[in-house]
Ligand binder design. Structure first.
Ligand SMILES: NC(=O)c1ccc[n+]([C@@H]2O[C@H](COP(=O)([O-])OP(=O)(O)OC[C@H]3O[C@@H](n4cnc5c(N)ncnc54)[C@H](O)[C@@H]3O)[C@@H](O)[C@H]2O)c1
Ligand SMILES: O=C(O)[C@H](O)COP(=O)(O)O
Length: 395
């Protein structure tokens, strides 16, 4: 910690002021050059090659995707990775709608045609009327949209498409109960990615980039798509095999590709509409995400509570005393027994306690009736399977 009275937060990307303001200056030092931060605030900066200082107790991603963060390595250190589920979903939904309209109505090419016209040219009106012919498109109403991934973004896109008069075919093998409740009843359930690609004229992807979703759309299943169909990727580069997409466009197996992740494979292709990762770039989304993660981070740093961490269970407990210990540990037998023994032998009376697990990770908050000696904390740290121990007395 830079200052014993403050938490130090290293910021790796531009984070909205609306969020930073939630971390009061008298308690939080926030900056781009902090050597020993307690926490890191990040958007899309790639942290995989970064040496994350041992002082770091939490990472907060002001957005949805956490594939830029080495989450598994942080698990081993007992460090939670927070994100902002749904904080930017509306922004992405609106850009997907724009992407569908750009593809359906050839808006990019039409706009480029108009922009290239010399305003001083004679016969301007005729030139424009004659020139519009190649840009005639199709309407979205009554077309079938396939939505792959029905989480925060996918559900909003499905709902908006239904309101535009589209048919919607959805696929998500791990849809949550909340997401299923939020979906309009008109959304039809697809059996597989292939089912969606075969039966939809427009297909939009809203899955995280994971080992299981890398190249979810590839040469083998692109062949199933209709020749005039539109593929939209606002998920992540890597979810689609871009080289296979270019081959499918060139072979007439796909109509157009709308993508938020330009790269050398797709740049310059006449039927690719590429945007510079703009999905979450609205004032509203940036404010929402920054506020969400700042609040979650503060609650964790000051009270040990965990909301919206991708690698920890949800754990929250009202303060029952002035002295709290927060422990991240492997989810194996007899951890609680060993922790409470260490506390009892250190003369501590447990006032209140909560313990939850998620996969291999378990997390415990213990409020005790008196101050905790450093030797007790050291004893807990020495228990095999304990990953991180934090002492959080109320000041
Ligand atoms: N372009 C942008 O700026 C932008 C903005 C926000 C999110 N994203 C990307 O979109 C992703 C989704 O965002 P979200 O907020 O909806 O996340 P989310 O976690 O709410 O939803 C993701 C959904 O994908 C589903 N899923 C996982 N594997 C799947 C598979 N193989 N097939 C079908 N469904 C699968 C999950 O069950 C979940 O319901 C993020 O992980 C991020 O990579 C991009
Ligand atoms: O996963 C996300 O939330 C988006 O890709 C947004 O990324 P950004 O915060 O860098 O705009």
């Amino acid at each position: 910690m830079a200052d014993r009275a403050a938490f130090a937060v290293l910021v790796l990307n531009q984070i909205s002021k609306a969020g930073l303001e939630r971390l009061p200056a008298e308690r939080y030092a926030i900056g781009k050059d902090i050597a020993q931060p307690d926490a890191i605030l990040v958007r899309s900066a790639d942290m995989h090659a970064m040496e994350i200082p041992a002082s770091v107790q939490a990472i907060a991603r002001a957005g949805a995707g956490t594939n830029n963060i080495p989450v598994r390595a942080l698990d081993a250190r007992g460090v939670p990775v927070f994100n902002a589920p749904g904080g930017n979903a509306n922004a992405v939904k609106e850009l997907v709608l724009a992407g569908m309209l750009m593809a359906a109505r050839n808006l990019g090419a039409a706009q480029r045609f108009v922009a290239a016209i010399d305003a001083k040219q004679a016969g301007l009106d005729r030139l424009i009327e004659e020139g519009k012919k190649p840009f005639a498109g199709f309407e979205l109403c009554s077309r079938t949209l396939g939505v792959i991934g029905l989480g925060k973004v996918g559900c909003l896109v499905a709902d908006a498409a239904i309101k535009l008069g589209m048919q919607v075919l959805g696929f998500d093998p791990e849809i949550t109960v909340d997401a299923a409740w939020s979906l309009p009843s008109q959304v039809q359930r697809a059996a597989s990615v292939e089912d969606v690609l075969r039966n939809a004229q427009l297909v939009t992807l809203h899955v995280p980039l994971l080992a299981a979703t890398r190249h979810l759309v590839k040469a083998q299943n692109l062949r199933l798509m209709r020749p005039d169909s539109v593929l939209l990727n606002f998920s992540r580069e890597g979810v689609v095999d871009d080289a296979a997409v270019v081959a499918a466009l060139d072979a007439g197996q796909l109509g157009s590709y709308v993508c938020d992740f330009p790269n050398a494979a797709i740049l310059g292709h006449p039927r690719v509409i590429a945007l510079p990762h703009l999905g979450a770039s609205t004032r509203e989304a940036e404010d929402n995400c920054a506020r969400m993660v700042a609040d979650q981070l503060r609650d964790f740093l000051e009270h040990g509570n965990i909301r919206n961490a991708v690698n920890f269970p949800e754990v929250s407990m009202a303060r029952g005393s002035n002295w709290r210990v927060a422990i991240a540990n492997a989810n194996v037998p007899n951890m609680l027994g060993q922790i409470s023994t260490a506390m009892a032998e250190g003369g501590l009376n447990i006032h209140n306690m909560v313990n939850k697990s998620r996969g291999d990770m378990a997390y415990t908050l213990v409020d005790v009736d008196s101050a905790v000696d450093a030797s007790v904390l050291e004893r807990i740290r020495a228990i095999e399977g304990v990953l991180a121990v934090r002492y959080l007395p109320l000041t």
